[in-house]
Design a binder for this molecule. Structure first.
Ligand SMILES: [Zn+2]
Length: 483
């Protein structure tokens, strides 16, 4: 037994396993930098501390609100403290602004019972309390086929299949809301698919102004209404007190640069606006915290990649990427200088690698560039495409756009709900995300070659066709195209 063990040891030394350990060969500068970046990221705890402050001191932060402004202030202050003297705001406007008022609903006939309801964003309120019948059209409507007459004057229950992000669901919601409004419905009640009587909110394709009150109703409460409807007419009282601003409201992105190469840069980005049922810890406070901590660590370690790393914190993502669209418009002249954009908005679950949004031309170079992330389990590439977040604004103008891919976990159960709270975020994952983002930003900014080139408008068009995103793109950019 002893001799065979010695044989295995000798063999492993000869075959390289032992060689790597005993080798005195100097590490490359890259490897050394990466080891320092990852080590500091795993030990600093800075992302978790920032997220606790953001979650508990500010909480929900709807675009255009005082809380959103306070968040931009906090991010700028943190960047300045970290030594980013160039950190600054970039202003833009949204129109209109929207205030989230209280929403209540109750059955008043044939019984009396409160309902669990909440308003979608940028949807109007009711003109005071209204008493209306309930009509149920279930999952039958697709936004195109004719609606039954009973929707007129009614609160209309609809099933859209998913409250998660999916291309068809969002487009159908948009079309059906318009159709219900023109048919004279008083409110659209979208049955929540969240567990445990939770509600959902969103403003994607509802901004700038929903055509009628759009309400999330708990699945259990919708089932109750349907049981009552089986026995006869049902009447509810509904009072939604949202309001819109008269005219534009100012908003801000926050931008800071590491390095001074005016000709090439890599962007690390995250949106800081969040819905207000809870704290927006997973969507998207956690990623704001990790991008901010990546910036702080790269600065503290005096890492100087060949090209600039720019950190951009967007507001307005939840209203259809308003902050990143404003950024793209304001930086139109320098879009050719962007090597890659890394957006982060899928929650603080285990990182797996990067999504390429259909850019298969980037696959080989990306695999090579992120190969050092294998040790963190984050070296996979995913070529599927969707319009999920701010990467869309860059994808549609041809800039190589990536997002951090993560295990789904329970992201969609808590996304935009009352349980998007700080204590549900695993601090180990915050450290790991910080490490992956800082390392990817550094690797891409330090590489001799770009991962690929900017697509032409014709190539973007082909990409949208190939990935099945063309019709959503038309809905999302109904007017002038960005490219
Ligand atoms: Zn988000």
């Amino acid at each position: 037994m002893r001799s065979s063990l010695l044989f295995v040891l000798l063999l492993s030394l000869k075959c390289g396993f032992g060689q790597a350990i005993s080798s005195n060969a100097p590490k490359t500068e890259n490897q050394d930098d990466l080891a320092r970046i990852v080590g500091y990221s795993m030990m600093s705890g800075g992302a978790s501390r920032f997220l606790e402050t953001l979650s508990d001191q500010i909480g929900g932060r709807i675009t255009g609100s005082p809380e959103s402004k306070a968040t931009a202030d906090l991010i700028l202050h943190t960047l300045k403290d970290a030594g980013f003297e160039n950190a600054h705001f970039e202003d833009y406007t949204i129109n209109p602004g929207w205030q989230h008022g209280p929403a209540t609903g109750a059955v008043i006939s044939p019984v009396h019972r409160d309902l669990y309801v909440a308003s979608y964003g940028w949807a109007p309120g009711t003109p005071g309390p209204v008493e209306v019948p309930v009509a149920d059209i279930g999952a039958s409507a697709d936004g195109h086929s004719p609606l039954p007459d009973r929707v007129r004057g009614a609160a209309v229950l609809v099933d859209l299949g998913s409250n998660g992000l999916s291309t068809n669901y969002v487009a159908t919601r948009h079309l059906l809301a318009r159709q219900l409004a023109s048919a004279g419905a008083v409110a659209m009640f979208i049955v929540s698919d969240k567990p445990d009587r939770m509600l959902y909110t969103s403003a994607f394709l509802i901004y700038p102004r929903g055509p009628l009150p759009i309400v999330s109703i708990a699945k259990e409460d919708a089932a109750f209404l349907r049981r009552l409807l089986n026995h006869g007419p049902v009447k509810i009282r509904l009072d939604i007190q949202n309001s819109f601003s008269n005219g534009p409201v100012s908003e801000r992105n926050v931008v800071a640069d590491l390095g001074k190469d005016p000709n090439e840069m890599v962007l690390l980005t995250a949106h800081f606006d969040a819905w207000d049922p809870a704290q927006g810890a997973n969507d998207n406070g956690g990623e704001v915290a990790t991008v901010l901590e990546a910036a702080r660590i790269l600065k503290a370690l005096n890492i100087q990649p060949r090209h600039t790393i720019r950190f951009v914190f967007f507001s307005g993502e939840e209203q259809s990427d308003l902050g990143s669209r404003a950024y793209v418009a304001q930086h139109k002249q320098e879009l050719d200088k962007i090597r890659a954009v890394f957006n982060t908005d899928a929650g603080i679950q285990a990182p797996l690698g990067f999504k390429l949004y259909g850019r298969t031309d980037l696959e080989a170079s990306t695999r090579k560039l992120i190969s050092p992330l294998a040790a963190l389990g984050a070296d996979r590439v995913f070529t599927d495409a969707d319009f999920d977040s701010d990467e869309e604004s860059f994808m549609v103008v041809g800039v190589p756009a990536y997002s951090l891919a993560v295990e789904p976990g329970d992201y969609y159960a808590r996304h935009h709900t009352i349980i998007d709270t700080f204590e549900r975020i695993d601090p180990r994952m915050l450290s790991l995300h910080t490490a992956v983002l800082a390392a990817a930003g550094y690797t891409f900014a330090n590489a001799e070659e770009r991962p690929g080139r900017r697509f032409t408008p014709a190539e973007v068009k082909q990409l949208l066709q190939r990935t099945g995103l063309e019709s959503l793109y038309e809905l999302d950019y109904p007017g002038e195209k960005p490219y």
